[in-house]
Design a protein around this ligand. Structure first.
Ligand code: OSB
Ligand code: MG
Length: 380
């Protein structure tokens, strides 16, 4: 039995430009403010990634707010303490409400430390069973239907196992229809990021004509009741993303028929332990599940891919290749898509083995170090 003492935590701040603007019903995103969490425990480094946005639009968390929560409320509860099971790290902040992305960033770094210290891949530590996982791709709202078709074509040519289109009122039906007409057989879905209300039910029913595998989060981010009202009015299954922040949320949503599929994001759930709990619940309930994404760098992406290797993730995730997001990722080798539409689950023990430190140094804007021995915060 391994036990690890958390000696030091470093927050690493960087801004990375996206290769292509990512437009959703929230608006356009051109770059990501990334905060990496590097936990050193008994001389081993583990990495996590904060997935909060600069703006509080996907959820109420922001990069700046999450950093404050980590610095003032989470790190003091773990620095200098011993971890004897990564599944229970989150118990240290059981009294901290909300802020799942802040919690997850640290918790996931601890899991990675555990992987490195035990010499097993993160996938193996989590109970993953697959060596490769099918990958989908999430495509932002394009300037025109022609531009969207070009973009979809390039991802279909690369072999992605599923195409997800971001949709919003105004262009939704026309765009989805055009993609379906051109790509008759591709596994296709739509993600609305809460752009609709129940009043749009008849409009959303028009999407039933395009054989979508699901519509993700059409209604309010904090709702399950209206989703339950909408579900029987559509033939297309509903998937929940924003609304599901815990396994208990999933149980409640399922019990009223608010969703038929769930998108699992460790950041939204507060970490990998809750993701595993959701996974195990979904297997028991027969609820289809997949791993979502938050435009992570390779560091967060490798966590997501490791998670996706568990058997209960029955649908392709938003676990796309590095080059779909970044000109150059901060891991080497980058995540690549195999011609069969899968990404490989790494067997390296710990993400640190693949962090591209030269690349990271070139893009880092700021670091803060928290030391367990003197509790001093050293920023530079
Ligand atoms: O709703 O799934 C979403 C990205 C940022 C915030 C929310 C979402 C997304 C994506 C992209 O759809 C997923 C990815 O490729 O990382
Ligand atoms: Mg979504």
């Amino acid at each position: 039995m391994t036990a690890l003492r958390v000696d030091r935590v470093e927050l690493v701040f960087l801004t990375l430009p996206l290769r292509h603007p990512f437009v959703t019903s929230f608006g356009p995103q051109l770059e990501r403010d990334v905060v990496l969490v590097r936990v050193r425990a008994d001389g081993v480094d583990g990495w996590g990634e904060l997935v909060a946005g600069r703006d509080p639009v996907y959820s109420e968390e922001t990069v700046a707010g999450a950093v404050t929560v980590m610095r003032d409320h989470l790190l003091p509860r773990i620095l200098g303490h011993t971890v004897d099971d990564p599944r229970t790290v989150g118990d240290r902040w059981a009294k901290v409400r909300g802020n799942p992305m802040a919690r997850a960033a640290i918790e996931m770094a601890v899991w990675d430390t555990w992987s490195a210290a035990t010499g097993r891949s993160l996938a193996a530590v989590l109970g993953g069973t697959r060596a490769a996982v099918p990958a989908g791709v999430s495509i932002g709202i394009a300037d025109s239907t022609a531009a969207l078709l070009d973009r979809v074509a390039s991802f279909v040519d690369q072999g992605y196992a599923r195409i997800k289109l971001k949709i919003a009122p105004g262009t939704d039906v026309e765009r989805v229809a055009a993609v379906r007409e051109r790509f008759a057989d591709v596994a296709l879905m739509a993600d609305a990021n809460s752009a609709y209300t129940l009043d749009d039910a008849d409009h959303l029913r028009r999407l039933d004509a395009f054989d979508l595998t699901m519509i993700e989060q059409p209604l309010a981010h904090d709702d399950i009741i209206d989703h339950a009202s909408l579900a029987p009015r559509l033939r297309t299954p509903l998937c929940l993303d924003e609304s599901i922040r815990s396994t208990a949320d999933a149980r409640r949503a399922a019990s009223i028929g608010a969703c038929a599929i769930i998108n699992c994001k460790p950041g939204r759930l507060g970490g990998l332990a809750e993701s595993l709990a959701l996974h195990d619940w979904a297997v028991t309930e027969g609820m289809p599940l997949w791993v979502g994404g938050m435009l992570e760098t390779g560091i967060g992406r490798l966590h997501n891919i490791a998670l996706a290797s568990l058997p209960g993730f029955t649908l392709p995730g938003d676990t796309s290749a590095s080059d779909r997001y970044w000109e150059r990722d901060i891991i080497e080798p980058a995540v690549t898509l195999a011609p069969d539409g899968t990404v490989e689950v790494p067997d390296a023990a710990g993400v640190d083995a693949v962090v591209d430190h030269d690349r990271l140094d070139a893009v880092v804007v700021h670091r803060e170090v928290f030391d367990a021995t003197d509790g001093v915060v050293a920023g530079r």
